[in-house]
Write a protein that binds this ligand. Sequence first.
Ligand code: RIB
Ligand code: CA
Length: 320
Amino acid sequence: MSTPILLDCDPGIDDALAIAFAAGHPDIELAGITTVAGNVGVGQTTANALAVSEFAGAPSVPVTRGSAAPLLRAARDARDVHGDSGLGGAVLPPPSRDAEPGHAVDYLIETIAASPGEITLVATGPLTNIALAVRREPRLPGWVRDFVIMGGSAGRGNVTPAAEFNIWSDPEAAAITFGAGWTVRMIGLDVTLQALATPPVRARMSEFGTLGDTLLLPALAQYHDSAAGGDPAVHDVCAVASVAEPSVFGYTPARVEVETAGRLTSGMTVTSFTGSGPGTGSGSGSGSGPNAEVATSIDSGAFWDLVLKTYSGLASSMSR
Ligand code: RIB
Ligand code: CA
């Protein structure tokens, strides 16, 4: 029984690898993709989502364009990390289809509302679309099967000492999202910085034909994710992998509040594992009880066994 997911993303190298994972894993049904400005502008993230999903053998997955900028702040991209194209050194065939008409926010609401309790929503970019969706339809959190993000950190950030890129990009959207009444499964830097594409991992990817030669390896080769020091961290793959195999990660309940006013700490996911919550609930919604399951451990060996097995299967299907 496969799990239908909607992936809201900002491809982005690791978003692209997450799309490939979702397209390749037998227990995941990639039902739709929505895009947001983040790593690069929303026109580019949309083009990348179309190209990557088609390249990965999922040409019929609808892609719907979303927000071009954060709720309040100016858009700040990560082209220094992902390259001007957003896909590092990967050059893919142009997609044969366009994005769907309409806006991502409406698509998310309509699609989830049509299948209450069935769809897992995964967000691997700034949370602008998600915030707009829960404000437009406050019942949305009750209609999803699960809600998973790549974002945040209970510890240090990667853009500033306090903030991780997806949250830093749109702190107001993140605050709204964490305060929307659902339990956010937060796959943050605490675990994603342990999901490193090491030389042995990349050597395995070279066995995957055009999947490895055209997408995985050239993308990773120009992925300047400085926070990880040497080897690139496939942050967003962790979020989708957690849907396929939740046991790869360990989780701890927490109250997460998002800093939106700090001159030095804006975008910090202030995480209280006592569950009582550091905030007054202002900005991150009502209540002070746990609002998140924070990933606090990863079995890196099991993670890469899962990911490489999935890519191997995808590569085989692509070669047919
Ligand atoms: O901090 C890592 C996150 O920011 C990833 O989602 C990456 O794609 C960038 O969007
Ligand atoms: Ca991303």
